[in-house]
Design a protein around this ligand. Sequence first.
Ligand code: GDP
Ligand code: IMO
Ligand code: MG
Length: 421
Amino acid sequence: MTVTAVIGSQWGDEGKGKAVDFLAESADYVARFNGGNNAGHTVINEFGTFKIHLVPSGIFTQNTVGLIGGGVVIDPSVLLDEIGMLNRAGVGLDGRFWVSPRSHLIMPYHKILDGLYEEAKGAGATGTTRRGIGPVFADKVSYNGIRWTDFTSDMFESRLKVQLELKNKIIVALGGEALNYDEVRATYRGYYEKMKPYLRELFPLVQDGLKADKHFLLEQAMGTFLDTDWGTYPFVTASTTIPSAASAGLGIPPRYITRVVGVTKAYTTRVGAGPLPTEIHDTSTQAYGLFAETAATTGRTRRVGWLDLEIIRTAVALSGVTELCLTKLDVLSGLEEIQVCTGYKLNGQAVGYVDVDAYGLEKVEPQYQTVKGWDGDIRGARRFEDLPLRAREYVQMIESAADTPVKWIGVGPEREATIRR
Ligand code: GDP
Ligand code: IMO
Ligand code: MG
């Protein structure tokens, strides 16, 4: 039981923040390894209510050490605000929170370019969070990135100069305003000074922890189907979201990742563009009203749909999910009938997720099974036996379709609103 990865099995916002918060009870280390502050993870516990973008959601457990691996891209102003906010809330990060100097920085031009690219694509836009995620990862893999380690010499200044020469030309050509070198330099040097106490090469720490059989909890950002390779490309995010990303993004050899918790919402949501086969378009329906959510990072309204078992099965197989954490079961209460997608058809033929691309997935016809719902409030349930029969059957149907046990069931947003099996 050395390394547990916690991953979202749908399109993000499955409730990973809450799951990591309660799973951290048994963790020595909690770590982010992918994505950036496009993530918004909600945690509700004795410290309050938080929407966290970068610091691992397990940081509230006082004897855990929080890590941000080199695979994460960081907007320094967002991270510094978050550190300040958590310290003020009494969480206490000093001496137990470390950021890899290998991580790349989101620069002002990344955010500007993200917006300009989106506008240029018009109706074909991805619907990004506009946090600069695509452009910063593009710079990373084209050797144009700026990392914390560059601030230890004047490498930051020389790299910034080249980047501003390049980026300002593009920004101006697309109708934007050129950035000023002195201003950007001074702002980012200021960020570095404030971040210095938290920057530390993580390799020795992670290696020693693995040797000592410490428990690492890895918190994925985004979801399986936003993965650059396996998601609904081009309606994806710019990082790898499957557990193998923790190998490069934190320096954990893959063989150590022996448990993978698949966090699965009892229905489906998606923010931004791209296919969502089980989407509910009729905003006047009871289900739409129950499922509707507001995005934690951008405040946009999340698109909603019925549970899609083809998506869950694919995620389980792709990431080697060993156990499921089912969230938001309480939200289904009161529905007379619940639709569950058991597979797709395209032109009369059965097709799977991997048989079609994103544009094909827009066209598939979900095959629904209708199951009877349950009445009454289940938010107080703490044992599986406390749930109404039909709620238990809903859980068992998911276990059997995914061939994976549901070990935790969320019946409310708070840490304690969880059934452990
Ligand atoms: P994440 O990005 O995967 O961490 O998920 P988000 O925090 O973006 O979105 C999940 C939303 O569902 C948040 O508002 C959570 O507070 C909420 N939530 C998580 N688990 C449950 C649950 O079991 N029941 C209810 N009602 N809300 C939940
Ligand atoms: P958490 O970790 C849901 C989506 C965006 C957009 C696409 C690309 O909270 O589950 P990006 O800004 O990454 O270039 O946008 O990815 N997206 C998310 N959707 N939850 C997230 O994170 C997301 N992070 C990015 O809405 O469709
Ligand atoms: Mg979220």
